[in-house]
Design a protein around this ligand. Sequence first.
Ligand SMILES: [Zn+2]
Length: 398
Amino acid sequence: MDAIVTSPPRIERDDRVRAVADVSGRPGLWFSVEERFADLIGDRADHVAIGLLMPAMKEGRALHIGGVMTDALLHSVNGDLQRLLRLIHPELHAIRVTADEVAAPPSPASGVSTGFSGGVDSFATLAEYLWADDVPVSLRVTHLLNNNVGAHGHGAEGDALWLARRAPLERAAAEFGLPFVTVDSNLDEHYPRIGFIQSVTMRNATVPHLLSAGVGRLHLASAIPFSYVRIDSSGEIARFDPFLVPLLSTTTVTVSSANSGLTRVQKTLSLIGRAESRYLDVCTNGDPRRTRNCSACSKCMRAMLTLEMAGHLQEFCPQTFDIEPYLNGRDAFIASVLSSDGPYPREIRDYAKEIGWHWRASDRRRGAVQKARDAVSRLVHEAASLPLARPLRRALHR
Ligand SMILES: [Zn+2]
């Protein structure tokens, strides 16, 4: 099969400043920032290589990058980076990546960035790398990034959701005294057969390399604590971020996994007593008209239950959360916490033990019922996939 070939990235200007690379046989790959952040855009093509690596591996096609690539990154891209990606996604093919020109890494820029989505993970990163008294200067956050690389869904709908979600974050960034760099891209178009959760780390790692003229580091807020870091069949790429991000780094751009040592419960507790926490947005309700946390989805419930157990939920109501939807869904949510084997329910149960929190007898009963129901539906699901299931079903219905 033909190689995928890209042109050297070039700068175009419309209402934003766009770094565009043509891609053979498909739409060009572009990233854009506001004019005031144009100086951050570097002149290398490393972001193009990172962005297109998984799509090229999926198709089993060699990838030739136009322009200049950093030698160390090209080495990693042809070696352990692909090996690691293929451990978690065995369907990916090993491919050859080449570039027009290869050069040693230039000196790093002084900017330190982190993504800012308003969620618990990004607040915990700011608590450690912006607000703490003892942050080393070389690690102190100077730029907040907000990327549109697929997290908000596809097409015009995704763009609308991104716009709606970023408005309050822009106000928060102004209050924190940091520039808020919005990075738009059509990268998601290049991942038609690879899901967001399966590739999120690769997508977000493109951005610091794009901005390498002003940014030398990305604190990538970890979603998974060390104790759950593993290569498994879930396909969730973030589960092995601590292994992956060094392979996406050069001496010019360091990508590091921030707060991997903290559990989600510990990160939530770190919000207590912070005035900035009123900007917390943990909600997964996808309604673009939503302007605040719904206080009913599982992520809202999880944060609220943790804060309640710590005795601080009232401080977050009504500015950040509403108590009524929470109370309406609380019993069912606790049943799910007591019946699930997932990492977050387990963290909450561990926290309960640690602080001597007592679940009510009714909570335990509902949890046991839920667990039994889950087990039955798993059995039914497994039975349905057995080769004997169909004739058996037919016989039963005769
Ligand atoms: Zn919600």
